[in-house]
Design a protein around this ligand. Structure first.
Ligand SMILES: [Fe+2]
Length: 257
């Protein structure tokens, strides 16, 4: 079976991802060449800039699937959202305006603002979990606060959240610091899945396959297989067991420098 990408911005013209259908088709081709067979398309929702209501995303995903079929690109797409932590999430939940990784509505891609972890994020996690929704914290390694204090991610893991690490982060596309923190998180078992978070081709390549290959090379086949099994479990709404430890302390030079 091909790879499952649970976070990408392939839908045309709905956010800062693909601007038009031609780019979306090119991205989808790239995804297929990268080994991806299934993609949950996850436009930004409630992030202060973009609102992508459930009904609109469902319709756009159907249209995109038809275009993929016409273009003979063997990619199956599912409708999702990347939902920003905000005071509007619970009302969107109540209004049935959220989309999940899975059809049963168990796993929600939840994004922190890029600079910080808001004080109310833990309350939001609690409220979602009370309703049977497990938040999947997306790219924690790209949040400035968590990048500086990656040990704080444990607060969310302890509360039963899962995590999505971005393949490009792990591959060093966003620089050494993000690559190192991503690697430390993986080493401590604090990553659940890798995803592309692909936006548009000019910014970054489709790197999910490469990310999985690096996982296998660096941490062994069992870890790479586990990440893929977790992606499958998330898209199917099955349970995922995280076996994580606190982050190892950063090695410091103790010499005479
Ligand atoms: Fe994203």
């Amino acid at each position: 079976m091909g790879l499952i990408d649970l976070h990408c911005h392939l839908l045309p013209g709905v956010d800062d991802g693909s601007p038009n259908l031609a780019t979306s088709l090119k991205l989808a081709e790239d995804a297929v060449n990268d080994g991806v067979s299934y993609a949950v398309v996850t436009p930004h929702h409630l992030n202060g800039r973009y609102v992508n209501h459930k009904a609109e995303v469902l319709k756009a995903t159907d249209e995109f699937q038809r275009a993929l079929k016409e273009a003979k690109i063997p990619l199956t797409v599912f409708a999702g959202q990347e939902v920003r932590v905000s005071g509007r999430v619970m009302s969107a939940y109540e209004a049935d305006d959220l989309l999940y990784c899975d059809a049963s509505g168990k796993y929600l891609l939840l994004e922190m603002p890029s600079d910080e972890v808001p004080a109310f994020a833990k309350q939001l996690v609690f409220e979602l979990q009370q309703r049977g929704v497990t938040p999947v914290i997306v790219h924690p390694e790209r949040n400035k606060q968590l990048l500086a204090h990656p040990e704080q991610l444990a607060d969310f893991l302890q509360r039963g959240c899962l995590t999505q690490l971005t393949a490009s982060s792990y591959l060093g596309t966003f620089g050494k610091e993000i690559e190192k923190v991503t690697t430390r998180l993986i080493e401590a078992g604090q990553g659940t899945i890798l995803a592309s978070d692909a936006h548009a081709l000019s910014h970054r390549e489709y790197e999910l396959g490469e990310g999985i290959a690096k996982l296998e090379k660096q941490f062994g086949k069992q870890v790479a297989d586990q990440y893929q099994a977790n992606a499958k479990a998330l898209i199917n709404g099955d349970n995922v067991q995280m076996n994580w430890q606190p982050l190892k302390k950063k090695k410091k030079f103790l010499g005479l420098f």
